[in-house]
Design a protein around this ligand. Sequence first.
Ligand code: DX5
Ligand code: ZN
Length: 222
Amino acid sequence: MEHIEPLIAPSMLAADFARLADEAAAVADAVDWLHVDVMDNHFVPNLTIGLPVVESLRRATDVPLDCHLMIDDPDRWAIGYAEAGAYNVSFHAEATDDPVALARRLRAAGSKAGLAIDRDTLIEPYLDLLPEFDTLLVMTIKAGFGGQRFLPELLDKVRAVKAARGDLSVRIEVDGGINADTIEQAAQAGADAFVAGTAIYGADDPAAAARALRERARAAAS
Ligand code: DX5
Ligand code: ZN
């Protein structure tokens, strides 16, 4: 599992919501996934976009959609995103009592399954569940808003997942405050999928910013 190619996923939370198709096209050749932050004003205070927008975005781009559900009751809502054609659907460990059951339902519905761990949640209870998931999303901020400062102490969770992963193909994804200054430490800790909102869509040339992040992650991991 060494030398895994890093995956770059720009967060559309930092894009222009009135021009999502154009914003997707602007990075399409430079990235692996588009990270779509779904927030419901309950699980987190912020409110963003939901299923109809994901359905439209799916038709507007060929880039795989990495949907990050920051919502209550994912047992009720997550499957809709898989059925809408999301490549990966991540739900929060804090929002469900039975993450394995939901992961199995997502995979049966045709998507990958992701487990997201917020800032204040310990990783240890979830390490035995890794075979059930395709991505383990370690928040490197408190979920809810873009543009926050990266919290390096949360990389201990990345190290724990990397140590527990063994030969499993689960991706270790980091989300929050990832930029040219922080991506190297995340990659060195073992992350191999990188969400970046501000650092990509806040740049003058989002595609160039994404490529630069990829190079830094590659260099740090090798
Ligand atoms: C926040 C979201 C992130 C956010 C990251 O809860 O999950 O995906 O867009 O934004 P930056 O990269 O600006 O921290
Ligand atoms: Zn996110």
